[in-house]
Design a protein around this ligand. Structure first.
Ligand code: SAH
Length: 223
């Protein structure tokens, strides 16, 4: 486990100020960002920049989202302590920790097996026991643990998957970036009934793609 220090704490406080200046208001989300050591989730080589408002490579061709994006998606979810939340795209596990800090029960799915193992080990070490990591295709959600109060997708989708909508409780919220090209609109969807929802657009973002299927360690890629 890497060390957290007063210097890191100071950098986090500065990051929180930056997020406030960019429009983040939720006190609990800001407190989570002020507390969770983001440098634990990055490769050692990038640790120096962990508290700048940037996304970084985390291996397997994936990224840890920019702190502003993590804060925005968390704020839009309106997390309550009683919530059961599904995250699609575990990645580094940072977003999962921010949500778990808010007191919910969190299920998170990752399709890259190598990343799944690495992040599961880290979350275990950090003792975030209310996070359950799952290996699989997020397009299928989790039949086993559905329905969810909230669903957050941290990869860029081309549309709202029906299966995920079906796994959301009535009255529930889904936060999902949707777009055709390199950028997506951050949509907040409130489920009104099994066939209707209200949609809000919360601005433009750029995510790695939401890809169907899984990438298993045993897969041999011929080249
Ligand atoms: N929430 C992450 C962001 C990771 S980037 C963090 O805080 O670090 C998006 C992640 O979504 C990647 O790790 C990618 O592998 C994963 N992903 C993409 N398509 C997926 C799918 N169908 N099912 C599960 N995970 C998926």
């Amino acid at each position: 486990m890497r060390k957290d220090s007063h210097r890191h704490q100071g950098l986090r406080t500065q990051l929180v100020q930056e997020l406030i200046s960019k429009g983040i208001q939720d006190e609990d989300v800001l407190s989570a960002i002020n507390t969770i050591p983001r440098h634990f989730f990055l490769d050692e080589a990038f640790a120096e920049w962990a508290y700048t408002d940037q996304a970084f490579q985390i291996g397997s061709g994936q990224t840890i989202s920019q702190p502003f994006t993590v804060a925005k998606q968390s704020e839009l979810l309106e997390v309550k302590k009683t919530d059961k939340i599904l995250e699609i795209g575990t990645g580094s596990g940072y977003q999962a920790c921010v949500l778990a800090f808010l007191g919910c029960k969190l299920y998170t799915i990752e399709r890259q097996e190598e990343l799944f193992h690495k992040t599961s080990a880290l979350l275990n070490e950090m003792q975030f026991h209310q996070i359950r990591t799952l290996f699989g295709d997020g397009y299928l959600g989790s039949e086993r643990f559905a329905p969810f109060d909230k669903i957050i997708i941290t990869a860029g989708a081309t549309s709202v998957p029906q299966v995920l909508f079906d796994q959301l409780k009535i009255g529930g919220i889904m936060v999902i970036p949707v777009g055709d090209g390199k950028t997506q609109k951050m949509l907040r969807i409130k489920k009104i009934s099994n066939t209707s929802y209200i949609e809000e657009d919360h601005g433009k973002y750029a995510f790695v793609p939401f890809v169907k299927g899984t990438n298993n360690l045993s897969t041999v890629n011929l080249g």
